[in-house]
Each structure stands twice: as structure tokens, then as C-alpha cells.
Design a protein around this ligand. Structure first.
Ligand SMILES: NC(=O)c1ccc[n+]([C@@H]2O[C@H](COP(=O)([O-])OP(=O)(O)OC[C@H]3O[C@@H](n4cnc5c(N)ncnc54)[C@H](OP(=O)(O)O)[C@@H]3O)[C@@H](O)[C@H]2O)c1
Length: 231
């Protein structure tokens, strides 16, 4: 396993939910962390940079990268946790606003960050990318096909990173949870909240993916809180 004390990791969507749990886990494990947030109550420290990151803005991504490299001097990992699930993107919906927003935040934004950060991730020879996809990126189980399409695309992006950057030591993992008990699932009534996966457990898996050696890359981590026929 890699040594967390040697590693600098950027985490998007770091103010809440899974991203926040990842920041807390990585700090506890000894990583240095750059947290990308729109607004946050996170308190900066010697091992935590808190910087503005709005997934809708390329300039924001560039600014976050520049600030991270200026502060820590190197980069070893990226966790793309920022994401949205919006209503209005079913087969029956004629409008495309929700579809466009999910494509921008869930797919284009991670792609832009990866493009911006690959030079730094390649430089160290053992960069890691973890994309927070979903079981909705592996199968279609509800009417929100816009969300599923965006999460399938994020899995595709993960495989593209592996293919393009493997020879430079970069490894990528798509983590695909079902229900996780965060704000995103606050309105879910079809499944009991106490039975949902906890953000801290997703964070533990992400921390593991960031530390696995290049000879033990896991391309996809499928995480169940309930038995499904396919997984
Ligand atoms: N919860 C689940 O059941 C579940 C299951 C599978 C996968 N996921 C995925 O896990 C990831 C995290 O979701 P979550 O459950 O933690 O949801 P959440 O609690 O709703 O948090 C969403 C996070 O994404 C950030 N975000 C949203 N739009 C953004 C934007 N335009 N720019 C920057 N940040 C933005 C939010 O920042 P703000 O605080 O600024 O809004 C927040 O930190 C998402 O990609 C989601 O699709 C969730």
C-alpha cells in the first residue's frame, strides 16, 4: 500500500455528504487534502486547503488546481465527488435543462478536472483518480435516465483514464454505491434510511482505492446496501 503521509489528494463536493466524509477520512489517515467547495464550514489546517470549486466553471477548476499545486507542490490523487441528481430528465420529459445540468456537473466537470490534473498526476508516477459514480451507472432501475446516463458516462471516463494514463502509473477507480444516507437521498421513501450505506463507509473504500499499489488497481467498486438481481 502507498503511504498516506506522502500523498496530496483533491476532493470535489467536499462540503457535504460523501465528499465531506472523504475529507474527514483522508485527514484522519494522514493525507494532505485540498477540498473543493462552493461554500463550507470546513476549517483549514496545515494538512487541509479549502478552496472554492464550482463544477459549472472551468476557470474555477483551474483556480483550484493552481492553488493546490502552489500550496502543496505536488498532487497524487483526485476524488470527483461533486454531483447532482435532478428531476426532469425522464423519457417523458421534453425539456433538457435537467439533462444538460447533470451532464455538465456529473460528467464534463470531472473530465475537465482530470484533463487539468493529469500532468501533475503523471509526474509522480503513481497518481490515483476516484470517480464517484453510482449503481445508476451500472444498471437502469428508475425513471431518471438523465442521471443514469451521466453516471454510465462517468464509468466510461474512468476506464478512459486507465487506458490513457496506465503507462505513467496512473490508476482510476469508479465507485458505484446504491443508496447512501446523504442529503441526496433525504426524500427517498422507497428504502429505509437506516438501511442505506453510510458516507463514512464509502469514504473508507475510496481511501483504500487511493492507497492500493499500481499492481492492484480496482477499476470498479460496486457497493450494495440491498441485494439486487444483477449485483
Ligand atoms: N447519495 C446517494 O445515494 C448516492 C449514491 C450513489 C452515488 N452518489 C453520488 O455521490 C456523489 C456525492 O453525492 P452525495 O450523496 O454526497 O450528495 P449531496 O449530499 O447532495 O452532496 C452533493 C455534493 O456535490 C456538490 N455539488 C453539487 N453541485 C455542485 C457544483 N455545481 N459545483 C460544485 N459542487 C457541487 C455539493 O456542494 P454544495 O454543498 O455546494 O451544494 C455537495 O458537496 C454524487 O456524485 C452522487 O451522484 C450518491
Amino acid at each position: 500500500m502507498l503511504d498516506p503521509g506522502d500523498r496530496v489528494v483533491m476532493v470535489s463536493g467536499a462540503a457535504r455528504g460523501i465528499g465531506r466524509a472523504v475529507v474527514e477520512r483522508l485527514l484522519a489517515d494522514g493525507f494532505r487534502v485540498s477540498a473543493g467547495v462552493r461554500a463550507s464550514s470546513l476549517a483549514p489546517s496545515d494538512r487541509l486547503l479549502v478552496h472554492r470549486y464550482d463544477a459549472e466553471s472551468l476557470e474555477s477548476a483551474q483556480g483550484w488546481r493552481d492553488a493546490t499545486l502552489a500550496r502543496f507542490g505536488a498532487l497524487h490523487g483526485l476524488v470527483n465527488a461533486a454531483g447532482v441528481s435532478l428531476p426532469g430528465a425522464t423519457l417523458a420529459d421534453a425539456g433538457e435543462d435537467a439533462l444538460d445540468a447533470m451532464w455538465l456537473i456529473n460528467v464534463k466537470a470531472p473530465l475537465r478536472l482530470i484533463r487539468l490534473l493529469l500532468p501533475a498526476l503523471r509526474e509522480g508516477g503513481d497518481g490515483r483518480v476516484v470517480n464517484v459514480s453510482s449503481l445508476s451507472g451500472k444498471r437502469v432501475a428508475n425513471a431518471n435516465i438523465g442521471y443514469a446516463m451521466s453516471k454510465f458516462a462517468l464509468v466510461a471516463l474512468t476506464h478512459a483514464v486507465r487506458r490513457e494514463a496506465w503507462d505513467d502509473g496512473v490508476r482510476a477507480t469508479a465507485i458505484c454505491p446504491g443508496f447512501v444516507a446523504t442529503d441526496m437521498t433525504a426524500d427517498v421513501t422507497a428504502f429505509p434510511r437506516e438501511g442505506m450505506t453510510k458516507p463514512a463507509d464509502v469514504a473508507a473504500l475510496i481511501a483504500m482505492a487511493l492507497l492500493l499499489p499500481g499492481t492492484a488497481n480496482v477499476a470498479e467498486l460496486l457497493v450494495n446496501c440491498r441485494l439486487e438481481s444483477s449485483f
